[in-house]
Write a protein that binds this ligand. Structure first.
Ligand SMILES: C[S@@+](CC[C@H](N)C(=O)[O-])C[C@H]1O[C@@H](n2cnc3c(N)ncnc32)[C@H](O)[C@@H]1O
Ligand code: SF4
Length: 342
C-alpha cells in the first residue's frame, strides 16, 4: 500500500519531450529494464528498500574542462569552499576501484550506473573500458551527462560499441553568444557538430542505443530560449529536456531560480530508496545535492557497499524522511527537491 503521510516526488527536476524513437526504444527494453523503472517510481513511494540501490552514481572524475557559472563545482573552486574540511580536488577514480565497485554492485542487484557527478566523465582516460566492463558484468542501464567537448568521432564510436545505454548532452542556450557565456571554455559550433556526429555514427552502426538526449538547465536568464532550444535539437536527438536550476546547498545563490517556490512540508526524498553516490576517492554520500560532503555515510575503499547502504547513518536519514522530518537534517533543509511536487 502506498504511504500516505509524506509526499515523495520522483524525478521532479526534469521536463522532457520524448520523440517517437524514444518511445519505441522504451517499449523495446527487456522486462528486467521495465521492472527496474517500475521500482524506481514505486519503491520510494512505498519505502521499499532493496538489498542495494537501483542506481549507483560513480563519480569517475571531479576534473572538468569548463567553468559553467551555475555549476556548484565552479563555485566551490572559485570561492575556495571546503569539501569535508579540505580544499576541492580534481581527481580520477582508479580503474581497479571502479571494477571492484561494479562487481559489488552486480552482487547487490544494482541495475543502473551513472558515470558522473561533479566533473566531466569523458575526461577519464579509461571511460570506454569502464562502460565496457559494467556492460559485460550485466549492468542494464549505463548513463552519463557530458558537455560533449571531448566527444571525437573515435570516442563516439568506442562508447557506442562499449554498450553505453543513455547519453545526455548538457547544452544551455540555442544562441552561440549566450551558450559560450554559460558553458565557459566550450565552442558552440564545435559542440553541436560533436552531438550531430555522435548521432550520425550511431545510425551508421545500425544502432538505436545509446538513447541520446540534450538537456538545458532552465534559469531566469535563459528560460525564454527554451522553445528555440527544442527546435534546434528535436530532429537531432531522441529526447529534448530541461532540468530546473538548483541552488545546491545555497552556495550558488537563488538569483537564477525561475520562480519563488515554497517547500513541501511533508516531503520525503525519493533518492534515499533509489540511489547511492560514490565520489572519485571513495566517499559515499546519499544524494547529488551534498556537494560539500556534509553527510558522508561511509567510504567504499574500506567498507562494502552493501553494508553502507543499510548502515545506521543511512537508516537514520531514511527514518527522518519517512516521518516527514527532513527539515531536521541540515543538507535536506536546504534542498530544492523539496520545492517540487508532481
Ligand atoms: C555537474 S554536470 C557534470 C557532467 C558534465 N560535466 C555536464 O556538464 O554534463 C551534471 C549536470 O548538472 C547540470 N547542472 C549544472 N549546474 C546545475 C545547477 N545549478 N542546477 C541544475 N543542474 C545543474 C549540468 O548542466 C549537467 O547536465
Ligand atoms: S561542464 Fe558540467 S561539471 Fe563542468 S562546469 Fe559545466 S556543468 Fe559543471
Amino acid at each position: 500500500m502506498e504511504n500516505n503521510k509524506t509526499k515523495v516526488p520522483v524525478d521532479t527536476y526534469i521536463g522532457e519531450i520524448r520523440s517517437e524513437a524514444a518511445k519505441k526504444w522504451d517499449e523495446s527494453r527487456p522486462d528486467e529494464y521495465k521492472e527496474y523503472r517500475r521500482k524506481w517510481v514505486e519503491n520510494p513511494k512505498n519505502f521499499i528498500l532493496e538489498e542495494g540501490p537501483l542506481n549507483l552514481d560513480l563519480e569517475v572524475t571531479s576534473y572538468c574542462n569548463l567553468k559553467c557559472p551555475m555549476c556548484p563545482r565552479t563555485v566551490m573552486i572559485r570561492d575556495n569552499l571546503k569539501v569535508n574540511g579540505k580544499k576541492f580536488e580534481s581527481g580520477y577514480m582508479d580503474l581497479d576501484l571502479f571494477k571492484n565497485l561494479i562487481d559489488q554492485a552486480v552482487e547487490m542487484g544494482v541495475k543502473a550506473i551513472k558515470l558522473n557527478w561533479l566533473g566531466e566523465p569523458l575526461a577519464h582516460k579509461n571511460i570506454v573500458e569502464m562502460v565496457a566492463y559494467a556492460k559485460q558484468k550485466g549492468i542494464i542501464d549505463i548513463l552519463m551527462n557530458t558537455n560533449a567537448v571531448f566527444l571525437t568521432e573515435k570516442l563516439s564510436r568506442e562508447l557506442i560499441e562499449a554498450g553505453l545505454d543513455k547519453l545526455s548532452f548538457s547544452f544551455d542556450s540555442p544562441q552561440k553568444e549566450d551558450y559560450e557565456k554559460i558553458r565557459i571554455g566550450a565552442n558552440f559550433d564545435k559542440v553541436i557538430e560533436n552531438i550531430k556526429t555522435f548521432n550520425k555514427i550511431r545510425t551508421e552502426l545500425g544502432k538505436d542505443t545509446p538513447q541520446t538526449r540534450v538537456s538545458m538547465v532552465l534559469m531566469k536568464s535563459n528560460q525564454h530560449q527554451y522553445q528555440d532550444f527544442v527546435n534546434l535539437f528535436k530532429d537531432v536527438v531522441d529526447v529534448v529536456a530541461y532540468s530546473n536550476y538548483s541552488d545546491h546547498e545555497e552556495i550558488i545563490g537563488a538569483d537564477e531560480k525561475t520562480e519563488k517556490r515554497e517547500k513541501i512540508k511533508n516531503f520525503s526524498c525519493a533518492q534515499l530508496w533509489q540511489r547511492m553516490f560514490v565520489t572519485w576517492d571513495g566517499d559515499v554520500i546519499v544524494c547529488c545535492v551534498d556537494i560539500m560532503r556534509n553527510y558522508i555515510v561511509g567510504n567504499a575503499k574500506h567498507e562494502k557497499l552493501k553494508d553502507i547502504w543499510k548502515n545506521q547513518k543511512y537508516e537514520y536519514m531514511r527514518k527522518k524522511h519517512k516521518k516527514g522530518e527532513y527539515m531536521d537534517i541540515p543538507i535536506c533543509s536546504k534542498c530544492d527537491a523539496a520545492e517540487f511536487d508532481e
